[in-house]
Design a binder for this molecule. Sequence first.
Ligand SMILES: [Mg+2]
Length: 267
Amino acid sequence: MQKIKGSGLFLFDMDGTLYLGNRLFDFTNELLATIKACGGKYMFMTNNSSKSVADYIKKLKALGVESVYDDFITSSQATAYYLKKHHLGATLYVCGTESLKEEIRSHGFRVSESLEEIDVIVMGFDTELTFKKLEDVSKLLLTRKDIPYIATNPDYVCPTEFGSVPDCGSVCDMLYNVSGRRPVVVGKPEALMPQLAMEKTGYSRDDTLVIGDRIYTDIKSGIGAGTITALVLSGETTRDILEKSTDKPDFVLESARELIEIIRGQE
Ligand SMILES: [Mg+2]
């Protein structure tokens, strides 16, 4: 089995791994400081494309964690990266929040609502969704059969304090009922976010650890990218779910707290 190296790259899922809802785990700051002290690097990886990195920096600050722009890999950034690689210079229809549009524009893309000039459709977790946007995307999908169609993340629901609200995957299902088309998906469980993080930082797969509380998103993205993976049982996954899953992480930890000892043990 591969080894967790304290000097490596740690790609953390956030909710369920470093905090739960609005409660920061008591070990999180110590863990992050330990990684830094041992010469390692960490990044926060999120599928949520409704919030900008600036929003996340604020959210973490409110929880008591200091962070900067380069500490994050979001599905919005990964989508912009995917677009640069496959659709450079394209004009985009973005069914997403102003934050997502801003992120994509910052990578040099033009975002438009004039359907006749659209080259690619981008779906996000759109907390500013309107019927007009659904109508526009339906029209594009039905009248332009081969138009590239991309989604930031496949999640069906996003957790809230009262339960959940429909996320990007649910809206894409509505559009599937209209068009019979499924988008190319960028976020977890796809491998693109960990791949992008390694490319940005220069770490190899053997020196990269993906840590998360969901097997079917976090762990799967790490397996796909060929990194080391660690499942934490501090969030959604129980031992029962783990036993039934066909995807197996390299390490299973009660919580990410255990990483502190593992990293220190190597000093
Ligand atoms: Mg999570």
